[in-house]
Design a binder for this molecule. Structure first.
Ligand code: CS2
Length: 504
């Protein structure tokens, strides 16, 4: 995601900087760590320490530390970018959690991150930290593309440049997968127990998927290592949910003035938070449930519910809303046509879900619409539109496939996919350029260029991208529905087209 360029040290509020030493001078109403940070030791290494982790898992750990679980502090690492480390290190890795709603903003200082590393700068000490016996959980938020896999199949992409690199340089990897395997290999040789790998990304079956990718990668190094990982390492799946827009400079200065001191990188989020975790931690875990985490034996139904209701409608609003000129999700939601379309996406996903008794999908959907309408959050459609090639399968295509199996219409989801298609042509409805961020952006733009702005050519050409669509792309029912939706988008524009797809 985007990172600040020339504001690494943030706006200055006097000369005071958030830090252990300045905690006491914060205004009284600002929450702060209710524990002695100097006594906390690391038990978790987190790979991908972006805003999402800091507004979600790190907050849970902060609560557990306050409850006395002082051996579960977090060492965070960014894989490449030094910007989070550069912002947090001078403030003892403290940062502000700003929770925003119509009722205002609540500020709280989070203390659970003890250190912040940049894997690319110092890979060897990071592997040592991962291999250290005190590290019992390694969690990840590296985004969908960080898994170096083929989104459609969930298998390791052996041709991914980082994977090729990491196989040739196992001691100085670049990818999260390379780091996990380097550290696990080290622990195996040392006769030490492995850590538990905890994926917190929006992949379907995220634990199972990362387990498969790690094992496939390990097998390219050594069959014995792969077998050891397969039998010894736990990869529980998790469902994570909290809306965390990218921090802006305005957020930085608002938070810094509330604090009366500079915080170079606060995180801004909504009141809602949810974490559902499969309870498989042979190396031990803190008492997550004490901080409100739901511990279950199988997270699959909840994960499908979240991906197919929340993330699917989020992506649909992102592409179609962006095309209609809406800068944020909340802005799109003020247009009743888009709000109704989001509801329709959820409604159509519902029959594909098998939920535990007592789950109320109607109430869940209503709460999502309410969260999307939170105007105190500036969640850009452009941000959610990123990396669609990695998101479409689990958010939209799985539902399409299930609806086809059930003999149900796929028109709603076809329109969302068509919105993505028009978006990745990199030209909006006014002919202005769209800054498309996606690992496949180049390939998609080439396809769009060759096809031209003609639905009957563009839709089938994009449906042939196998790593996204797999077999679904050649299904005539999909081709027809997506082509028709895309023709409508070209003829009528996004606003008019969504109007014809309202809840039933
Ligand atoms: C969003 C998610 O950026 C995106 O693709 O759909 O980050 C979403 O905000 C979270 O999954 C909410 O839990």
């Amino acid at each position: 995601s985007e990172t600040p360029k020339d504001h690494v040290y943030g706006p200055k509020v006097g000369d005071l900087r958030l830090s252990n030493a300045s905690l006491d001078t914060l205004p009284g109403h600002i929450g702060r760590p209710a524990y002695d940070r100097s006594r906390v030791t690391p038990g978790i290494v987190h790979l991908g320490i972006g805003a999402f982790h800091r507004a979600h898992q790190a907050v849970v750990i902060d609560e557990l530390l306050a409850g006395g679980a002082t051996d579960w502090g977090i060492v965070g690492a960014s894989l490449r970018s030094p910007e989070t480390r550069d912002a947090l290190a001078p403030q003892d890795c403290l940062y502000t959690l700003a929770v925003r709603s119509g009722a205002g903003t609540d500020h709280r200082i989070i203390g659970s991150v003890l250190a912040c590393e940049v894997a690319k700068e110092r890979p060897t000490p990071l592997i040592a930290r991962l291999a250290h016996p005190a590290t019992r959980i390694v969690s990840l938020t590296v985004t969908e593309k960080g898994y170096c896999h083929t989104p459609q199949t969930g298998d390791l992409d052996e041709n991914h440049p980082d994977i090729v690199h990491d196989l040739q340089n196992p001691g100085t990897p670049r990818s999260a997968i390379g780091f996990l395997v380097a550290a696990l290999a080290r622990r195996r040789i040392a006769g030490a127990a492995p850590f538990t790998v905890l994926s917190c990304d929006n992949l379907s079956a995220n634990g199972h998927t990362v387990g498969r990718i790690v094992t496939q990668f390990a097998a390219l190094r050594s069959r014995n290592l792969a077998r050891w990982i397969e039998t010894e390492v736990a990869f529980p799946s998790t469902m994570v949910d909290r809306i965390v827009p990218e921090t802006t400079d305005l957020d930085r200065s608002e938070v810094s003035s509330a604090l009366g001191m500079t915080d170079a990188w606060p995180v801004v989020t909504e009141p809602f938070t949810q974490w559902i975790v499969e309870d498989r931690f042979p190396a031990g875990r803190p008492d997550f449930a004490a901080a409100g985490v739901q511990m279950v034996s199988d997270v699959t139904p909840f994960e499908h519910m979240k991906l197919r209701l929340l993330n699917a409608s989020h992506s649909a609003l992102a592409y179609l809303g962006y095309l209609a000129g809406h800068e944020t999700i909340a802005a799109a939601m003020t247009d009743h046509r888009f709000a109704a379309f989001a509801q329709r996406v959820m409604q159509d996903a519902a029959p594909t879900l098998t939920m535990p008794e007592g789950t109320d999908l109607t109430a869940y959907s209503a709460s999502l619409l309410h969260r999307f309408s939170n105007a105190a959050l500036h969640h850009r459609t452009w941000q959610i539109a990123m990396d669609g090639s990695q998101k479409l399968p689990q958010r939209l295509l799985a539902t399409m496939q299930d609806r086809l199996r059930l003999g149900l219409s796929i028109d709603t989801h076809a329109l969302a996919v068509a919105g993505w298609m028009r978006y990745v042509t990199a030209k909006d409805e006014q002919g202005r350029a769209i800054d498309v961020r996606d690992p496949l952006a180049r390939e998609l733009a080439d396809i769009a260029e060759r096809a031209g702005p003609f639905a009957e050519r563009l839709a089938p050409a994009l449906l042939e991208v196998n790593s996204i669509f797999g077999n679904l792309g050649s299904d005539p029912r999909v081709r027809n529905a997506v082509t028709e939706a895309l023709s409508k988008l070209y003829a009528l524009g996004a606003r008019q087209t969504v109007q014809t797809f309202q809840p039933t």
